[in-house]
Design a protein around this ligand. Structure first.
Ligand code: GAR
Length: 208
């Protein structure tokens, strides 16, 4: 599997993925990391792991479409076949999604379909505000409907009465770092199929 990572922030999920690759828990090559925010911590992560980073910011392009065309070009030049969004802030144009059918994954810090459609720390804050007793994270395939694509893996955490957004986010993040490399390995192993909009892992996984 030739995995491209796309990220906009501090890069802890990118680091977890690259550590899994280094340790052989994730059988993938990572030929490119695309970042759309200058100064993002994830650029340092790419450097630490010797992964070529491409900074492709909106301001350098006349339109979002032109920016995404450049992202696509970079990833295709590196023969990327699977993409892991790791805290990536942009929403894709259809042409980008169509270039990687059922091969763009995202991690989201809530138990989807609850609390989708926003970026961290909003999902965690919304979960706290709603008073839910369980939260967690979801790895899903990216489709045109934001945070609504087929669910591949989830992990839950208990919400504690004294949780703040930060403590809850930190507990969820530990689970993100655990399940994202694991779910990506299922793709590397060819274990995931999408049937009638549902992601099926074969053989099935009962607890992520
Ligand atoms: C993670 O919590 C990830 O789940 C979230 O952004 C954070 C990125 O952290 N993603 C979203 O909110 C997507 N809607 P990181 O840069 O340390 O990986």
């Amino acid at each position: 599997m030739r995995l491209g990572i796309m990220a906009s922030g501090r890069g802890s999920n990118a680091r977890a993925i690259l550590e899994a690759v280094r340790e052989g828990r994730l059988q993938a090559e990572v030929p490119a990391l695309v970042c759309n925010r200058a100064g993002a911590g994830v650029l340092d992560v790419a450097r630490d792991f010797g992964v070529p980073a491409h900074l492709i910011v909106r301001g350098d392009f006349p339109t979002r479409t032109a920016q995404q065309r450049r992202m696509l070009e970079v990833l295709q030049d590196d023969r990327v076949d699977t993409i892991a969004l790791a805290g990536f802030s942009a929403i894709f144009r259809p042409f980008f999604l169509e270039a990687f059918p059922h091969r763009i994954l995202n991690i989201h810090p809530s138990l989807l379909p609850a609390f989708g459609g926003t970026m961290a720390p909003r999902p965690q804050a919304d979960a706290l505000a709603a008073g839910v007793k369980l939260s967690g994270c979801t790895v899903h395939l990216v489709t045109e409907d934001v945070d609504s694509g087929p669910i591949v893996a989830q992990a839950s955490v208990c919400v504690r009465p004294d949780d703040t957004v930060d403590t809850l986010a930190a507990r969820i993040l530990e689970q993100e770092h655990r399940i994202y490399p694991e779910a990506l390995q299922w793709f590397a192993d060819g274990r995931v199929r999408v049937v009638d909009g549902i992601a099926r892992v074969d053989p099935p996984v009962t607890a992520a």
